[in-house]
Design a protein around this ligand. Structure first.
Ligand SMILES: [Zn+2]
Length: 640
């Protein structure tokens, strides 16, 4: 959906990256353009076993009819091929880590699970983030019955301010912590009004034809839930981000009982987190990390400065509570850290005596071994607190010899060098640095292989669909299901935008499904602070060219009647070469342009576009031969 409004300001601090949860967060893939197939040219199904000819969205129903909106009529036979189908479309999160978003559609009812953002790659200069493409909902806004959120991480909620107003303002349903973060973030976008409804994990929602309920799951932010959607074709379960933690912090263990119960009633499709699914074993419990952190804090001679993700609220909670129990005051640094802790305290997730929290400027008033500083920037982000503290750019905190610095997070791939540089700076100051390769000071938030096996055993879905990860992560997740006997055709490894359809088999009454080769648009939509969707790949290419080789502006004056060059071309460069030291090259470039414009036919009128092309081409060649660079060339032609 192109240029939608309202335009929000750039968030005050973008340190609030979703946590990697110990997961390898590979850099996202290159943007892929997906063209929707024209109507009427449906190729045959890959996994389907019945021939079908009609459009799945047609209102013709083959076997039995199904009332919409008036609740589920499960005893009726759901239309088989040729009738209406339940469509499951993952718009983001199948080819990347981030911008998670799933649509479930049946006739005139659509629900959306999660509306996340993705952080840009290094080759997308100036882009703040990427959000799911909602072009498919154009004209269908009235069908959207609600948006259901699994948890409060930005890769699951970050696109809400940009997308909700553009799709008819559907209600957003979220558990308290997620709702708190969504509402707080909304204050950065005053023009965009959204309705967020607080739910509990016991809530049951009727959203159009879909009955939606939840199961409690562990992750590294509280209030994380999996979602159960009862559809006319069968039950669909979506895990969100999850792990099983038998000793979680501030939350009960995952509700295996409910999961098993849903499984007993029959699950047609399970959509499951792939982030760590390929890693052997079970995910570490958050409380193990707590024990390790307590030991470190007890032994620390001076101040303890911890860098972590602001969204890793379970970790932040432990750090604060352990510090308090050891008589340490706590100072928080980083905008997202402060706001998230505020939300968590309001909701009672973090229980701390207000006197234990001190403003950062008061840190100097206390003995070093009575202070813990919790800050953002464990990824070495330049403007974030940890980096400013390390580089003596912080107003109140400077690293001293007896300080203990803890990096309590994983390093997102791509950030290794930055983090290493940051560590070097800290070691140089002789601080004690502790990172996760040295001790168990970080637990991921995502299920590993053995966790996935247990989940599959409890749900026993007919179909399994790996979600939330790059393609290789989806494949690794699929392998787990194969190893337990799921057949390849029953595990759907799809691409973003690919339509998967489900219907009830007329003979058995059971839900069956197939991946279709059809795709809806899922191309990147960029948000760059100024707007949404108004920059494209072309703009990005220009930004890259400018960043790499700079630009040259060539101003030429030509006679209107003949196109003959008047005077010398004026050459201005930026980010290309230092003109003062390269006068000769500029003079030669001027000559090259002059030469290129010599053979213009004086009998005809000036052709500004022809002249521009010629300047671009000839000067481009000349510059490349001389410098091996390809700066952007902007010719300006003035007719006199
Ligand atoms: Zn998450």
């Amino acid at each position: 959906m192109g240029n939608f409004k309202p335009r929000g300001p750039r968030p005050p601090n973008s340190n609030n990256r979703p946590p990697s949860g110990g997961a390898p967060h590979p850099a996202g893939p290159r943007p892929a353009s997906v063209t929707p197939r024209p109507a009427g040219s449906r190729p045959p199904y890959r996994g389907g076993n019945q021939a079908r000819s009609s459009n799945p969205m047609s209102n013709r129903s083959a076997a039995g009819t199904l009332k919409t909106h008036e609740g589920l009529v499960s005893e009726q036979t759901f239309a088989g091929p040729g009738g209406e189908h339940v469509r499951v479309i993952v718009l983001g999160g199948l080819e990347e880590v981030g911008r998670n978003c799933t649509l479930i559609e049946y006739k005139n009812d659509i629900i959306i699970i999660d509306l996340g953002l993705q952080f840009p790659d290094e080759d997308m200069p100036g882009v703040d983030y990427i959000i799911p493409n909602m072009a498919y909902l154009k004209g269908k806004e009235k069908n959207v019955r609600g948006v259901v959120i699994t948890h409060g991480h930005y890769d699951h909620i970050g696109a809400i301010p940009h997308i909700i107003p553009a799709i008819g303002n559907p209600i957003v349903y979220a558990l308290p912590i997620a709702a708190g973060i969504i509402n707080k973030r909304q204050t950065d976008y005053p023009g965009s009004k959204i309705v967020v409804k607080n739910i509990t994990v016991q809530s049951e929602l009727q959203l159009g034809i879909f009955k939606v309920h939840f199961f409690h799951i562990n992750h590294n932010i509280p209030d994380s839930a999996g979602i159960v959607v009862e559809t006319p074709a069968g039950t669909i379960c979506h895990t969100g981000d999850w792990k099983f933690d038998y000793h979680p912090v501030g939350a009960p263990p995952a509700d295996l009982h409910k999961i098993a119960q849903v499984g007993m009633n029959g699950v047609m499709l399970l959509m499951g987190d792939s982030t760590n699914a390929g890693q052997p074993g079970q995910q570490t419990s958050e409380s193990v990390i707590g024990e390790e952190l307590r030991t470190i804090l007890e032994k620390a001679k001076g101040r303890v400065i911890v860098g972590t993700f602001a969204s890793l609220l379970s970790r932040v909670k432990q750090l604060m509570e352990i510090s308090e129990s050891l008589g340490r005051k706590i100072a928080l640094e980083g905008y997202s850290m402060k706001t998230n802790v505020e939300i968590a305290r309001e909701l009672g997730f973090i229980n701390i005596n207000p006197k234990s929290i001190i403003p950062i400027e008061k840190v100097g008033d206390y003995a070093p071994n009575k202070v813990t500083i919790i800050c953002t920037g464990a990824q070495g982000e330049q403007r974030a607190a940890m980096s400013r503290i390390a580089n003596d750019e912080h107003r109140f905190i400077h690293v001293e010899r007896d300080d203990t610095i803890i990096f309590s997070s994983s390093v997102i791939p791509g950030n290794e060098n930055t983090v290493q540089r940051l560590k070097d700076v800290l070691y140089r100051k002789r601080a004690r640095v502790i990172h996760k390769d040295m001790m168990d000071i970080h637990a991921g938030g995502h299920a590993k292989k053995e966790d996935v096996k247990l989940m599959l055993s409890l749900f026993k879905p007919k179909y399994y669909m790996p979600i939330e990860g790059n393609h290789f992560l989806l494949r690794e997740n699929a392998e787990v299901a194969y190893s337990m006997g799921w057949k390849e055709e029953d595990v759907f490894v799809a691409d973003n935008g690919q339509i998967i359809e489900f219907w009830k088999d007329a003979a058995t009454g059971l839900g069956v499904g197939a991946m279709t080769p059809e795709k809806i648009p899922s191309d990147y939509v960029f948000v760059d602070g100024l707007g949404v969707g108004d920059i494209s790949q072309v703009v990005l290419r220009d930004r890259q060219a400018l960043a790499e080789d700079g630009m040259i502006v060539v101003i030429t004056q030509v006679e209107k009647q003949t196109g003959r060059l008047v005077g010398e071309p004026d050459i201005v460069t930026r980010g290309f070469i230092h003109t003062k030291e390269n006068k000769e090259l500029i003079v030669e470039a001027g000559l090259a342009i002059r030469k290129a414009l010599m053979d213009i036919d004086p009998a005809s009128m000036a052709d500004p576009n022809g002249i521009k092309d010629k300047v671009r081409e000839e000067l481009g060649k000349f510059i490349f031969v001389k410098t091996q660079r390809r700066p952007m060339i902007l010719p300006v032609v003035i007719e006199v």
